[in-house]
Design a protein around this ligand. Structure first.
Ligand code: PLP
Length: 449
């Protein structure tokens, strides 16, 4: 892996000429040309190596280039690279079985998609057809994907440019004690008031008009806010009372990220539909899906399900999922995420919070942590304004640049940095990341008052 700046320059030139990038002003970006990746690291063409504390977009849960999964994809490619979705195919059947056996409760049927947004689109379609209702409730501070319904369900600024009157979506506030929308001072208060707020929203919307409530079990990009004990059980109870379909979006939190197969496992709650993607095969080949309860699946026993995708249950993606699930089990990847969270990342990040005036709160579990950066710990004023761009965003940009200089590729969203390494990150790698964060946070500290 010797440095090869000329090769990097060629990759970069073709990118700038022809690749149209997500979420970006095309003329203002400067994407790094990446030469390779392995485990928890990737490197560029100039000889710089980075510890990836983003897991791509929080999806390489087993790290890059895991040899078992690479071999499984190669083997499947040699056997059957692709086949249409209407047929029973070995890798598709087996992936569905392995996933269904691990999802909670009676979520035993799997509809495969190519990613998370399509999973959300189809979950909402199923909920609407199952209930005969159209409205869907989602939370502020959420992300559900960038296709039409999914982006309208999204409760953050990524929605604004695509908001088309929200297509039957009503948003509510979910619990978040650090910036409580309910003036609560304890988790119990936050939980009770958030449930009352949801109940009140339902009362005025008309429960009989609502097909589904969708929540990220633990909101991811919006800030890794673990709900207080009892909240999700309370939402489950409200859904049951009114015949509303409860959808949990586990696209980011699922498949080991939180130190269990699914974040829902921490709360003993079973949704009616659960969306997944990302970690299901660490994104080695695009794959997502909806895990469907027996009752909703039965709706489509004799009535055709009016939805489909050319690549639903793509054999290569399914082979990658099978191998990934076996790796997660055989190498105790999920146990590792839980242990690293409890013994290294959690304590280490809390120590950083004590030492750095810019860290207002540390929260998370497993390999799923957020640091809320603030100008002032007392007032909790965010280090940069909500949805800051340009000069307003300079403190976070400076923090990010300092992290990269120290060999750490950081996840940054608004005034937060998330520590979301591969779930099989080693103790030494996690500590290396903490040391780089320590140095970068000193730069953020310069912007505190
Ligand atoms: N839902 C959640 C919770 C996500 O985090 C994401 C992506 O980050 C999505 C849905 C959309 O997934 P995709 O980008 O695969 O469409």
């Amino acid at each position: 892996d010797a440095a090869d700046p000329a090769a990097g320059a060629a990759v970069k030139a073709a990118d700038r000429a022809h690749v149209f990038h997500s979420w970006s002003a095309q003329g203002l970006i400067d994407p790094l040309a990446v030469a390779g990746a392995e485990g928890a690291y990737f490197w560029d063409y100039d000889g710089n190596r980075y510890l990836d504390f983003t897991s791509g977009l929080v999806y390489t849960n087993i790290g890059y280039q895991h040899p078992t999964v690479v071999a499984a994809i190669q083997e499947q490619a040699g056997k059957m690279t692709t086949f249409a979705p209407a047929f029973a195919i070995e890798s598709r059947s087996e992936a569905a079985r392995l996933i269904a056996e691990r999802t909670p409760g009676d979520l035993d049927k799997i509809f495969f998609t190519n990613g998370g947004a399509e999973a959300v689109e189809n979950a909402v379609r199923m909920a609407r057809l199952h209930t005969g209702r159209t409205k869907v409730l989602s939370a502020y501070r959420s992300y559900h994907g960038a296709t039409s319904t999914a982006i309208n369900l999204t409760g953050d600024p990524r929605r604004w440019a695509s908001d088309n009157g929200s297509a039957g979506v009503v948003r509510f506030w979910a619990p978040f004690l650090y910036r409580s929308p309910f003036y609560a001072e304890t988790e119990a208060e936050e939980c009770a008031r958030a449930l009352q707020h949801l109940q009140d929203t339902l009362a005025y919307e008309g429960p009989s008009t609502i097909a589904a409530i969708i929540l990220e079990t633990i909101p991811g990009t919006a800030g890794i806010m673990t709900p207080p004990p009892g909240y999700l059980a309370g939402v489950r109870e409200i859904c049951d009372r009114y015949g509303i379909v409860f959808v949990l979006d586990e696209v980011m939190a699922g498949f080991g990220r939180t130190g269990k197969w699914f974040a829902a496992d921490h709360f003993d709650v079973v949704p009616d539909l659960m969306t997944f993607a990302k970690g299901v095969n660490s994104g080695y080949v695009p794959l997502g899906g909806v895990a469907i309860s027996a009752e909703i699946a039965a709706t489509f026993d004799t009535r055709p399900y009016p939805g489909g995708l050319t690549y639903s249950g793509h054999p290569l993606a399914c082979a990658a999922a099978i191998a990934t699930i076996h790796v997660m089990e055989g190498e105790k990847v999920i146990e590792n995420a839980a242990r690293i969270g409890e013994t290294v990342l959690g304590p280490g990040l809390r120590e950083l919070a004590e030492n750095h005036p810019s860290v207002g709160e540390v929260r998370g579990l497993g390999a799923f942590w957020a640091l809320e950066l603030v100008r002032n710990k007392e007032t909790r004023e965010p280090l940069v304004p909500y949805n800051a761009t340009g000069a307003d965003n300079a403190p976070m940009a400076a923090f990010g640049a300092a992290a990269k200089k120290n060999g750490l590729w950081p996840f940054i969203n608004m005034n937060r940095t998330h520590a979301v390494p591969a779930c099989n990150v080693t103790e030494a790698e996690a500590k290396e990341g903490l040391a780089a964060l320590d140095a970068a946070l000193s730069v953020a500290d310069e912007h505190t008052v």
